[in-house]
Ligand binder design. Structure first.
Ligand code: DKA
Length: 123
């Protein structure tokens, strides 16, 4: 039920994200910004098109897509990627977002490095 994602989500925890950013090749200065950023994730649906916007003081990015279709995403570190799997420069990372116990969990995987970022819905 993609409707359950609709709304605004605030990041409440982030585990192993610096290691993940290192694994995908993000440089030191951008990692500092990425580590400090506490993004809000905004999901909306319009006529079957899902909009996912990540807003932070560091960077705001937006991707629009339909379920089960590959889509382009420009990431906060300026990689132009294709999602579900993000592919660029011959590398691949996966970024899954799912709901668990009312929280949105973003699981970022690069080889054997996994970062988990937890978001809670604004009421
Ligand atoms: C999330 O939605 C995961 C975001 C992953 C961004 C990877 C690149 C960050 C570069 C600062 O929480």
């Amino acid at each position: 039920m993609v409707e359950a994602f609709v709304g605004t989500w605030k990041m409440t925890s982030s585990e192993n994200f610096d290691e993940y950013m290192k694994a995908i090749g993000v440089g030191f200065a951008t990692r500092q910004m990425g580590n400090m950023a506490k993004p809000n994730l905004l999901f909306s649906i319009d006529d079957g098109v899902i909009s996912m916007k990540s807003q932070s003081t560091f960077k705001t990015t937006e991707a629009k897509f339909k379920l089960n279709e590959e889509f382009d995403e420009m990431t906060a570190d300026d990689r132009k990627t294709k999602v579900g799997k993000q592919t660029w420069d011959g590398k691949t990372t996966t970024l899954e977002r799912e709901l668990q116990d009312g929280k949105l969990i973003a699981k970022c995987v690069m080889d054997d490095v996994v970062a988990l970022r937890t978001y809670e819905k604004e009421v």
